[in-house]
Design a protein around this ligand. Sequence first.
Ligand code: GUN
Length: 395
Amino acid sequence: MNLVNKRSLLKTAALSALALAALAGCSKKEEAPAAAPAPAAAPAADKLKVGFVYVSPIGDGGWTYQHELGRRAIQEKFGDKIESTFVESVPESADAERVLRDMAGQGTKLVFATSFGYQEFVQKVAPDLKDVKFEHATGYKQAENVATYDTKTFEGAYLAGIVAGGMSKTKTVGVVASVPIPEVVRNINSFVLGAQSVDPAIKAKVVWVNEWFSPPKEAEAATSLINGGVDVMYQNTNSPSVLKTAEERGVRAFGKDGDMSAYAPKAHLGSAVIDWGPYYTKVVGDTLAGQWQGGAHWWGVKEGAIDLLKIADDVPQEIKDRVAKEGPRRLAGRQLRCLDRPDQGQHGQGSPGRGPSGRPAVSHQHQLLRCRRRGQGPRHGRQVKVSCHPRAARQ
Ligand code: GUN
């Protein structure tokens, strides 16, 4: 399977859950939850060993599956120049540290740690493993041998919001939110901004599940949103559970991270997808050339890392046109209020400073506090109104 081609990657992602499981096609060592990578045949001395640490199963249909497609893309592209492995379902706990050290112990020289909560564990092991390059997805702490990388998921959320704004009849959209970090708050706000750009009267409800991957909790949260009058849902969790619940209950929802259309043909309004392949290809190419870069990298629509795919046929043409034209233009020209600020570094979690507008930059802690004070904070199992009044901020 040629995994370098983005369209074919995403098409592949539309396979059923069964097919996804079958796609795993990995040795047992790779499938064992949180297991250390099993000893593989010693790689040829000139092969670069590349390891991936995943927080959920590769068959999750979303976040981890997309990283896995990225891994397959680099294996396909670089062939016998590299040997790539992964460990899936690694909790964001001391287990992560053990897996990172085990990978290094087995000669892995480039490690992609693909979930936010691995950050402290990467920071802990990196000084002891100076001959290993670490790439941490969605984090904000770099070091001599630690780079961070992310995709602008808020762009896909905004585009989905435009569709939601054009499709909600109850004028109430909802989000099943995962772990309360700035990225997730940013995605919620972007989704609501997109919806309100079509209809300013739209209201939003949010339910936090406080986990990245928990299909039962995701379904429970979706049910509670629907019971509360929501008829279009977005999610920041890893599985297609929200979509499946929407299908059962006759409302609409989006896929996230991967193309989830196959899970809910009637409910699916579009999938806000991430393609990690181009970034992984660049990093592996650089590393093979002895030119690993380090630093912070944040790719979006412009770089081909983010897209909204398979917008449903019944979405009015006028809304589709807005997504195709107005969406990217607005994204390019504006910053979002009540979000962490791009001018503060990758995730607005760097040292406080001032943005280009001269306004003091707001740290993510302050931002979360501010949102919490307004009643937006994460509360498991409760519906809360988004009260940060997301608006586009003029520069
Ligand atoms: N780990 C699993 N899913 C996610 C996600 O959506 N964002 C981040 N930062 N980490 C994750």
